[in-house]
Design a binder for this molecule. Structure first.
Ligand SMILES: Nc1ncnc2c1ncn2[C@@H]1O[C@H](COP(=O)(O)OP(=O)(O)O)[C@@H](O)[C@H]1O
Ligand SMILES: Nc1ccn([C@@H]2O[C@H](COP(=O)(O)O)[C@@H](O)[C@H]2O)c(=O)n1
Ligand SMILES: [Mg+2]
Length: 469
């Protein structure tokens, strides 16, 4: 296969790809009666997008990967380095380390790399060995890697084994001149690995250069994209990141349902999610960071309310042409988790009326409306429906049906939550195409107990401190 230019590659592979959703023939997904969980339908779980990055030693592979990761800040990305799979040196090899060829394919435990990658693809966490380049051995503890939306596999010989190549959705070769690579290597090996220049040059001429010519360069032909100048090539990196975004599920889910809004993420938002999802997080921290996130979702949701133009005169005597907030609104929380969102709504909307709905949930179905306390004039209001987790969507359907029965217009409902499973998004958006869902993250899916994964456990118990009752 001839390597394609970046533009050719992007053109030929454009189009929706969301392996987190099973699309039916209508393209709208399976019916809510036939909800697959993430684990009982293998293809339902969101398959990671796997990128291979190869190139000579010191060509700039890691730098390119870091730039991609930086720009993909709204995705969970994990970097797996082929170096982690170097075999340990035996005592005998250690005594003659200068004769060991670290640039030969046999220096790597490719079987282990394959096992790790296959498990990650299946959505399982793995232990990646922690190889120490100075002692030539693996050190403990191993690095725990969770399944992610994007996995970047980086290494000099990552395209050598066809089974590893097969795993990749995109292959990048970083193409940097040999003299630049050698100069960088001398600097790195002497400064960081404490080696002397004679040893570095001997290793280069004996192993590094021949291995580049015999094993690395011949794999360039497998690349979909060749990046000259590595990390200096900002155009190539921008195009790669754009392509990955096109290929990732969340964006496709938003494309399928124009009434789904996932708030623009930042590292702050990811950091807050990291804390509230961590099982070790204390109740105090859970509340603090959940509140911060809820506030963002609420503010974003309020941005979808209608407004009227309003002009005011500023202290300088100038006219400011602004807008007036929508007045006829109320919040409805789904007891008990949804009550955690009430304070944020009150803090944003002075004096807002807040009603409540209690839905009893038994397993996946058997949802039963137990209690309701809604404003009498709810049919004239815009409704912000509050529930931090959208899982199967069955509770949300119950709640929305009740609001519709009370005369609320479907287009006047904004459903606010922190995390949404694709299954729930399907169920709600298909049934109520005119409501809006505002969320801060889309999940991988549901497990066999219809719990959202990765999720954050029982939100209500964690927020109200009843998780150890
Ligand atoms: N475009 C660049 N300009 C200058 N230095 C660079 C550039 N890309 C990488 N480097 C430096 O070269 C060295 C090797 O880069 P690295 O990305 O680690 O390469 P690799 O992962 O291919 O071995 C590092 O010290 C890095 O900072
Ligand atoms: N103990 C080791 C292991 C590997 N190397 C060299 O590292 C190079 C690959 O790493 P990159 O980050 O540059 O891709 C390769 O050329 C090995 O010779 C080493 O020096 N010592
Ligand atoms: Mg590297």
């Amino acid at each position: 296969m001839n390597p394609k230019s970046v533009e050719d590659f992007l053109e030929s592979s454009a189009g929706a790809h969301f392996s987190g959703l099973l699309l039916d023939e209508s393209g709208l997904g399976k019916s809510e009666l036939d909800q697959p969980t993430t684990s009982n339908a293998e293809s339902f779980h969101r398959q990671p997008f796997i990128i291979g990055v190869a190139g000579g030693a010191s060509s700039g592979k890691t730098s390119v990967c870091n730039m991609i990761i930086e720009q993909l800040h709204d995705q969970r990305v994990v970097l797996v380095n082929q170096d982690s799979f170097y075999y340990d040196l035996t005592v005998e090899e250690l005594t003659r380390v200068q004769d060991y060829n670290f640039d030969h394919p046999d220096a790597f435990d490719t079987e282990k790399l394959l096992t790790c990658m296959e498990n990650l693809k299946l959505g399982e966490a793995v232990d990646i060995p922690n190889y120490d380049l100075k002692t030539y051995k693996k050190i403990l503890p191993a690095r725990k890697v969770n399944p992610s939306h994007v996995i970047i596999l980086e290494g000099i010989l990552i395209f050598h084994d066809p089974r590893v190549r097969e795993l990749m959705n995109m292959k990048i070769f970083v193409d940097t001149d040999a003299d630049v690579r050698l100069a960088r290597r001398i600097r790195l090996d002497t400064a960081e690995k404490g080696r002397d220049i004679g040893t570095v040059l001997d290793q280069y001429s004996k192993f590094v250069k021949p291995a580049f010519d015999d094993f690395i360069l011949p794999t360039k032909k497998y690349a979909d994209i060749i990046i000259p100048r590595g990390g200096d090539n900002h155009v190539a990196i921008d195009l790669i990141v754009q392509h990955i975004h096109t290929k990732l599920g969340q964006h496709d889910l938003c494309k399928i349902y124009s009434n789904l809004y996932v708030i623009q993420t930042t590292f702050q938002i990811r950091g807050m999610h990291t804390i509230i999802r961590d099982a070790e997080t204390t109740t105090h921290d859970f509340i603090f960071y959940a509140d911060r996130l809820i506030r963002l979702v609420v503010e974003h949701g309020l941005g979808h309310l209608p407004f009227k133009e309003k002009q005011v005169t500023t202290p300088t005597g100038s006219v400011y042409i602004g807008v007036d907030f929508c007045k006829r609104l109320c919040g409805i929380s789904v007891i008990r988790s949804g009550e955690s969102m009430e304070n944020a709504l009150r803090a944003c909307c002075k004096g807002i009326k807040i009603g409540k709905i209690l839905i009893h949930r038994e397993g996946d179905n058997g949802q039963q409306l137990i209690y309701q306390n809604l404003p009498k004039d709810i049919s004239d209001r815009h409704v912000l429906l509050l529930d931090p987790i959208l899982g199967t969507g069955n509770s949300a359907v119950q709640a929305i049906n009740l609001l519709l029965q009370k005369g609320v217009q479907e287009s006047n409902i904004i459903f606010l939550n922190l995390i949404s499973a694709p299954q729930g998004v399907h169920t709600v958006c298909k049934k109520f195409p005119r409501i809006k869902i505002v969320t801060s993250e889309i999940e991988f899916g549901l497990n066999e107990d219809f719990r959202v994964i990765p999720g954050m456990g029982e939100f209500g118990d964690r927020y109200f401190g009843t998780d150890d009752c």
